[in-house]
Ligand binder design. Structure first.
Ligand code: GLU
Ligand code: MG
Length: 437
């Protein structure tokens, strides 16, 4: 059959969806300069295909400018057409970053970290997802049988990720029904979020090639565990030397790390609207699901919102390099750019305010009364998207990190998404998100 190879230029939008347009591959060099036309109101398309209230209406024009460094072009060698896409930035017609471009917002957050913390971020996204399948394999959690059942998917996916330039770490059968986890290596700056976008798309594409359907929805069954996105972070100076660790700090935190994490914890209840932004994200963010229910710091504790991760060496130089902490209150309903930007902005605020190093939680927070929690500086995270949005809306510090206008448009988007769910119970909501992500 005749064929003209196309490349799809995408932006990861407020719904965490990769949306864009395609053009002939041979035009990529020219499109890198002139972009492709994009429409402001597209940012209000929800994950349920409705259009939330938009201040832009039918007006305005933007450019989606592809960045050829992010080009993914993968032939699965199974006779199907390749997956070919490229990530872009959205700009106005003068070429300036658009206030609602998630990737440009992350670039700004990374610059703020450089400016106020003297650090570059070195980070990695860990993703959990599930295969849509009504049959559940018995006794398969972390099991060889569970892995073997989907070995083909694991091997196709790893091959695709490697071709796309990601550093492979691991693939495993997670605890939940038909749940898997894929882990890749850390990258400096924007690249880890680019790779998160690429990983989600290549996971869906690999599953399709194996006759499977993958979903990154935050939770499929209100009575089971969720699909988390865990973001591992550490800091590097201009020479690539680690800035995260100090043997004398609480649990090995440097002063920089301590203030950064303190900022995340202080503002966490007002940023989860951006890091865990679906209605069902709040079913996942509950105690005893190994996600995050409080704004606390844990040491090797999988119930904590931020967790200091284990080190596997006694050599102090190697410890400093390995040392990293993990943000656990995110899921794949969030654009990786917005999730990471929110976390960085909160951390940078902690650095600017010189917040003291937080303590490690050493008790079961579910056993404390609200009064005891607040005495110790803990907050139960919001328990619905409505509550999370209201906290974001009313926190002027948090709103102020983003370009002017951003918060109101984002809030309208999310409230438009909620409007598609009225009258639905939790399971029906999960079913709807399962097909959206
Ligand atoms: N599935 C859990 C979550 O929703 C995480 C389990 C783990 O620690 O890997 O975040
Ligand atoms: Mg996991």
């Amino acid at each position: 059959m005749i064929n003209k190879p196309l490349v799809f230029a995408l932006t990861s939008d407020f719904s965490g969806t990769a949306r864009g347009k395609s053009f002939p591959l041979e035009d990529l060099p020219a499109r890198q300069l002139k972009g492709i036309g994009w429409t402001p109101t597209n940012v209000q398309i929800t994950c349920f295909d409705s259009i939330a209230e938009s201040p832009f209406g039918a007006l305005g024009d933007l450019l989606l400018i592809p960045n050829a460094e992010t080009l993914v072009d993968i032939d699965f060698e199974d006779g199907s057409l390749p997956e070919r896409f490229v990530i872009g930035d959205v700009t106005n017609l003068a070429g300036e970053p658009w206030e609602y471009c998630s990737r440009s917002i992350l670039k700004d957050a990374l610059n703020q970290l450089k400016k106020h913390g003297g650090a570059s971020l070195f980070s990695a996204f860990e993703h959990e997802f599930q295969i849509k399948d009504n049959q559940v394999q018995a006794n398969s959690a972390y099991a060889l049988s569970g892995f073997s059942n989907r070995r083909q998917l694991g091997e196709v996916l790893m091959a695709a990720l490697e071709k796309a330039g990601l550093n492979l770490d691991s693939f495993m059968k997670e605890y939940g029904a038909n749940q898997y986890e894929v882990v890749v290596g850390p990258e400096t700056g924007i690249k880890s979020a680019d790779f998160a976008v690429i990983l989600r798309e290549l996971t869906r594409a690999s599953a399709k090639r194996c006759g499977l359907d993958a979903t990154f929805s935050p939770i499929l069954d209100p009575d089971s565990v969720g699909n988390g996105v865990h973001i591992h972070m550490s800091f590097l100076d201009d020479d690539g030397q680690p800035l995260t660790y100090d043997a004398n700090g609480v649990a090995g935190m440097s002063t920089l790390t301590g203030s950064f994490i303190a900022g995340i914890l202080k503002y966490l209840d007002s940023i989860v609207a951006l890091t865990a932004p679906s209605a069902i994200s709040y079913i996942r963010l509950a105690p005893n699901r190994w996600s995050a229910a409080f704004n606390n710091l844990g040491f090797l504790d999988r119930e904590a919102a931020v967790r200091i991760c284990p080190l596997s060496t006694k050599d102090e130089d190697k410890r400093a390099k390995q040392y990293n902490f993990e943000f656990r209150a995110a899921d794949a309903a969030a654009s990786p750019y917005l999730a990471l930007a929110s976390v960085i902005y909160a951390g940078v605020q902690g650095i600017k305010d010189n917040l003291p190093m937080p303590n490690i939680t050493e008790q079961d927070l579910t056993s404390l009364s609200n009064e005891q929690l607040s005495q110790q500086g803990y907050t139960r995270l919001p328990q619905s998207l409505e509550a999370a949005l209201a906290l974001f809306e009313n926190n002027d510090v948090v709103r102020g990190w983003f370009p002017s206008g951003f918060a109101d448009v984002y809030l309208a988007h999310k409230r438009g998404e909620l409007a598609c769910l009225t009258e639905l119970n939790d399971q029906q909501r999960c079913d709807k998100y399962k097909d959206a992500y």
